[in-house]
Design a protein around this ligand. Sequence first.
Ligand code: TYD
Length: 139
Amino acid sequence: MKSSVYNATVIELPKIHNVAGNITAIDNTESIIPFDVKRIYYLYDVPGGESRGAHAHKELQQLIIAASGSFDITLDDGTTKRTFNLSKPYYGLYLPSGIWREINNFSSGAICLVLASHVYKADDYIRDYEQYLKFKKSS
Ligand code: TYD
């Protein structure tokens, strides 16, 4: 897999501003994100000090949004690490396939909203870091 942490980008999402509250809408017809969304999931009630992720996906692409609160995402392509802080609901981090990621420093009440290119498949995960490094070398 040739993807590198430099293929991850922060995408500014449309924001419909209203004094009574804002709306951000994303759909498959407006090429805001570079894949069709097949699944949405969200992480919430993350206890203080916990970290999530610590895996890579062989095929899955994702857009990760701090729908509420904030958290850090550290990406690692086996050569380089990059950390992004997400704290605004109108920015999404586009994550190509083949990147190791860890998510931590969740603020209280944070919601990590994920738009994903595929339905859930357990065999798309690489959960062992040494295996991930081998996967990067061989692909
Ligand atoms: P996982 O993706 O490992 O969570 P994280 O990266 O946030 O630490 O998923 C945790 C558990 O939830 C795992 O047992 C698989 C399950 N799961 C699903 O069943 N469907 C899904 O869409 C996702 C994302 C996870």
